[in-house]
Design a protein around this ligand. Structure first.
Ligand code: ZN
Length: 273
C-alpha cells in the first residue's frame, strides 16, 4: 500500500471514530457521517417534492387523528433539530407509510384499513418516528459513503494487478459489501424501530398491546393477498420472529404505559428490563 493510501485509510479511520453515535433505548453504537442539520435539510427537500406530487387527504376522522398521534409521540421522541410534520396522502391503493430523515412522516390512506383504529395508526407512526430518532436513513447513507470510500482504497491498491483480476475483485467486493454489510443492517434497523416505536407509543399514552394486534393484522393481510404484497410489507417483512420480538417487549412497554413521564412514580425505582 502506498503512502497516499495509508494516509487515506488513516483519514477514513478518523472519520469513522468521530462519526460514532448511540441509539436511544437500545444503546446500539452506529456510524453517522451525516450531521443532523444535513439530514433535516435533505428530508425537507424530499418532503416538499412528495407533497407537491401527491393529493393531501383532509379526511375528517383520520387527518386530525394523525396530527394528534404525531404531536403526542413526537413530543416525547428525542431528536435534536427535528422538524416534525405528519401528512395523510390520499391514495387508497398505496398501503404504505414512511418517515424521511429529520422527522417528515407520510401516511397513505391505503394503510388505514389495516391500521383500523387510533392504536393501530399510533403503532405505525411510532415505528416511523423511531426510524427518524434512531437516524436510520443517515446510518444507511453513511454505510454507503464508507463502502464507496473503501472501494476507492481497494481500487488503488489493486492497480498493480491485471485489469481482469481487478474487475473481478471489485465486483466481488461490491456484492459482499451489499449483501454482508448493508442488507442485514436494514433488518436490524427494522427490529430497532419496532423496539423504540412501542416504547414511544406507550410513553405517549397509547396501549402498546395495539402494536401486536397491528402486526397480526398485517400478517393476516399478507396471507390473504399472497400475490399482491403491499409496499409497506415489502420493506417491513412480517413474520413470527417480528411479532415475537414485539411481544417480548410488552412488559417493558406496559410499564411505560402504566407509569407515563410526569406520573408520581418513585424516582429511585429500580430499573427493570
Ligand atoms: Zn420500518
Amino acid at each position: 500500500m502506498t503512502r497516499n493510501n495509508l494516509t487515506f485509510v488513516a483519514l477514513l479511520a478518523a472519520v469513522v471514530l468521530t462519526g460514532c453515535s448511540t441509539v436511544p433505548i437500545t444503546g446500539r453504537s452506529q456510524l453517522l457521517l451525516i450531521s443532523s442539520q444535513q439530514e433535516v435539510a435533505l428530508g425537507m427537500t424530499e418532503f416538499e417534492k412528495i407533497k407537491k406530487q401527491s393529493r393531501i387527504s383532509h379526511d375528517p376522522t383520520w387527518a386530525p387523528m394523525l396530527q394528534r398521534i404525531g404531536s403526542r409521540i413526537s413530543a416525547i421522541a428525542p431528536l435534536p433539530n427535528a422538524q416534525w410534520e405528519f401528512v395523510l396522502l390520499d391514495d387508497p391503493k398505496t398501503v404504505n407509510a414512511f418517515c424521511l430523515p429529520g422527522g417528515k412522516v407520510s401516511v397513505y390512506t391505503g394503510i388505514l384499513g389495516i391500521a383500523k383504529d387510533e392504536g393501530g395508526l399510533a403503532t405505525i407512526v411510532g415505528h416511523e418516528i423511531a426510524h427518524a430518532v434512531a437516524r436510520h436513513g443517515s446510518e444507511r447513507m453513511s454505510h454507503g459513503i464508507l463502502v464507496q470510500a473503501g472501494g476507492v482504497v481497494l481500487d488503488t491498491a489493486m492497480q498493480s494487478r491485471t485489469e481482469a483480476n481487478r474487475q473481478a475483485f471489485m465486483t466481488a467486493y461490491g456484492l459482499a459489501s451489499q449483501v454482508g454489510f448493508l442488507l442485514p443492517y436494514s433488518r436490524k434497523q427494522e427490529y430497532e424501530a419496532d423496539h423504540l416505536g412501542v416504547i414511544y407509543m406507550a410513553r405517549a399514552g397509547y396501549d402498546p398491546r395495539a402494536a401486536v394486534e397491528l402486526w397480526q393484522r398485517f400478517a393476516a393481510y399478507s396471507k390473504q393477498h399472497p400475490n399482491n404484497t403491499p409496499s409497506f410489507l415489502r420493506t417491513h417483512p412480517v413474520d413470527e420472529a417480528r411479532i415475537a420480538q414485539i411481544q417480548k417487549l410488552m412488559p417493558a412497554a406496559l410499564k411505560e404505559y402504566n407509569n407515563p413521564p410526569g406520573a408520581t412514580a418513585p424516582a429511585s425505582a429500580p430499573a427493570r428490563r
